[in-house]
Design a protein around this ligand. Structure first.
Ligand code: 0CG
Ligand code: SF4
Length: 322
């Protein structure tokens, strides 16, 4: 019990985005329609709880397509895949459902379109992240990754007349702007996306943390360690001068964090389910919080359609890609 905590403030918006809702629904519908097991390439979204729930329902998560048996149904994760992975999955004859977020696909489409026009790309993103591998893997060459401003000084495109910037969708909005400015300074003719590639959900959750942080003494972010957008929320609160921790579940909360903290802010990454937020609130109440207040914030109404073939009367043939 910590008598110091007077109030919990909930960030708005927080938690699931439209791309995550859709990706989870694709796996659930595939299981309901075709029966378990359904294979999923990579964690469908970067959340331990979501992955464990889907495993319990009959999903099998794999990284290598060689681990998927012939004739199986395979779902690509929300983060997207490279052309090589897509081709290998087709060659192996799987029934494929693509849960790539439409906002990631939009970046893939832009890369393919500009590449045909002779462009090379500077991609702003985190090395090794599956979305970066998927976007860079839309082309066999000509995409150069920069992770920070220092990388911009080192990057060596083959030409600079036709150069375009693309970004990972889940970056720090402020860091990406700084890196893009450095790219612009070094390559003044560079083409930038009309609308930033950083998605609405990443932007809105970071904006909410910017409003919330100065009002609280501690920020708790619900999210898994692998989740880029969740990590960015914790990092942002910390940069704004508010002590901040990211937890995968309420069990990870440490009582010591709350000592001397009157107001506690809670948010959740785009892949973190609300049930975990509720459990965190309950535990913070048990530590002594008196009231829970929801911040005012943007209401997100965006929803993405499901791929064809997942309605109950619509069974696709083997080897299709939807
Ligand atoms: O934030 P990243 O890209 O790591 O993904 P996560 O699965 O956490 O969230 C949304 C998606 C895709
Ligand atoms: Fe799509 Fe953004 Fe959600 Fe990723 S975080 S799944 S890009 S809406």
């Amino acid at each position: 019990m910590n008598p110091g905590i007077s109030e919990v403030i909930l960030a708005e918006p927080r938690g699931f985005c439209a791309g995550v809702d859709r990706a989870i629904e694709i796996v659930e519908r595939a299981i309901a329609k075709f029966g378990a097991p359904i294979y999923v390439r990579h964690e469908i979204v970067h959340n331990t709880y979501v992955v464990n729930e889907l495993k319990a329902k009959g999903a099998i998560f794999i990284e290598e397509l060689s681990d998927v048996p012939p004739g199986a149904t395979l779902v690509f994760s929300a983060h997207g895949v490279s052309k090589a992975v897509e081709q290998e999955a087709r060659d192996r004859g799987f029934s494929i459902f693509d849960a790539t977020c439409p906002l990631v696909t939009k970046v893939h489409v832009e890369v393919a379109k500009l590449a045909k026009e002779g462009y090379e790309f500077i991609m702003i993103g985190h090395k090794g992240h599956p979305e970066v591998e998927g976007t860079m893997g839309q082309l066999s060459s000509g995409i150069h990754l920069v992770e920070d401003v220092e990388d911009v000084a080192r990057v060596a495109p083959g030409q600079t007349d036709k150069l375009a910037v693309v970004t990972q969708t889940t970056l720090s909005v402020d860091d990406a702007a700084d890196i893009a400015a450095a790219v612009r300074a070094r390559f003044p003719k560079v083409r930038e996306p009309k609308q930033q590639d950083i998605c609405y959900a990443t932007q809105n959750r970071q904006d909410a943390v910017k409003i919330m942080s100065p009002q609280v003494d501690l920020v708790i972010v619900v999210g898994s360690p692998t989740s880029s957008n969740s990590n960015r929320l914790r990092e942002l609160a910390q940069r704004l001068g508010t002590e901040s921790y990211m937890v995968d579940s309420a069990a990870e909360l440490e009582p010591g964090w709350f000592e001397g903290k009157a107001r506690v802010g809670i948010t959740a990454g785009a892949s973190a389910p609300e049930v975990l937020v509720r459990e965190v609130i309950d535990r913070v109440r048990a530590f002594g919080a008196v009231s829970v207040r929801k911040m005012d914030g943007i209401e997100e109404t965006i929803k993405f359609p499901l791929p064809k073939g997942l309605k109950l009367d619509d069974i696709p043939p083997p080897g299709h890609i939807s």
